[in-house]
Design a protein around this ligand. Sequence first.
Ligand code: ZN
Length: 499
Amino acid sequence: MNAPHLVLIVLDTQRRDRLSLYGHTVNTSPALDDYAARATVFTRAIAPAQWTIPAHGSLFTGFYPTAHGFTQAFDVLSETHVTLAELLQLAGYRTAAFCNNPLVGVLDNGLQRGFAEFYNYAGASPNRPRTRPATLLTQAYAAFNRFARAVSNRFAHSAFLFELGLQAWFTPLWTRFANYKGSTARSIADLCAYWETHTQRGDAPLFVYLNLMGTHMPLRPAAATLRRIAPDIAKSRAALRWMAQHNGDGASWISPLRAPLADWQRETVLAHYDASIVEQDAHLARYLALLARTPNTRVIVTADHGEGLGDHNHFGHSFVVHHELVHVPLLVRDEEQFTGGQHTANVSTRRVFHTLLAWAGQPAPASHDADALPLGIDTPAPAFSEAVPPQTLLTLLHKRAPDLVARLALTQTRRAIYDGDYKLLICGEQLEALYNVAQDSTETQDLAPTPDAAAHVRPLAAKLAAFVQAQHAAAAPTTMPATYGEEVLANLRALGYLE
Ligand SMILES: [Zn+2]
């Protein structure tokens, strides 16, 4: 048989527990649920990192964050790691990305390596497949595109511009007019047209990467969707006003909370999140239907990371390795090997890399220490997550909430090991918590202080320490210095961030 078409769908910022696929009581993902009926659904899939940059580094290279070293908005992926798209391109695949996340599609950070075509829907000047020959206008547009991309790169490298972007008055401007979340509808319409054209032509197998940002902040589902999901919240002026304020204040998306949310606030943000899943799922339905009809096609659907919505007193996806950020959805549809049902062992989503390569008949590069995802047989092995704090956010919080930075130890790298039903978290060198995730999936009962804890803590801590040591030994040299330029330092000094 010919090489199969391969598809990787990343639902950016998609929590596992809010999908009806995983038992959420609100019917948020009917199209995905339907598609998953012929797929292996992984119930304990663990993201290697807590936010887009390092998580995509892992999906695209197969390594954990400390090993690939790509953890900051201003980092460039080391050339020592060959990417998934590069390897598939070498194997004869036609590689194309349809991407709504500017951190993946706009920044010049190496994540686009290996994609012969990279379509970006986010930012001031999206880049879509061209359906007509080039004209003077399209050439001028392409030039503007290059300019807009340079401006976006400047934002990633500048803590000053980053902070400006999070000012309450500025957030509504850039999130609406700079098209921060791209366009789910346009990217899927373009992808469906592309898919039909190239699968019919049949000259090369396809590798398609799709990134959807529908569940990333700001959350502004249509009123009708919200009414259907949560009629009480859709009617409550106080709830809608609070959500509009939260949507408009970029700093509140990423800041830890000083006190837990009130119940009504928590219900409000969850309802907006659920409604956003519903809307995205309705768009995705069209492409999933097309995939189901295309023979010899293998598909992975996952999330790069989840989202804190007040859980553990955090918002966003910046500092912690709790379930809401790293326990993600994962479904693998391979008609050839389908044995049905669920896979319940711990697996790291970095193995998406090895799985797609194996499907293409390609071996992973020699330095690799992981295999394709198991379809059918349980192979118990631990999975790990690493949360290196994003420096741009830390700079902001040092100024806005220095007491929280200190109290919550936000400058520390946090790590977690999932082994069997237990999960151990460390913060820097300190033990943070122990959970039985089978009995306590929302991680509310820290078992570390209990009398029987030592029997679990000791072996898990030893495995985690060995993991960290192995990751440092495997660490790639980074190609970009993780420091700011002179101009940015001068800005920071002027603002009183630096002496
Ligand atoms: Zn992301």
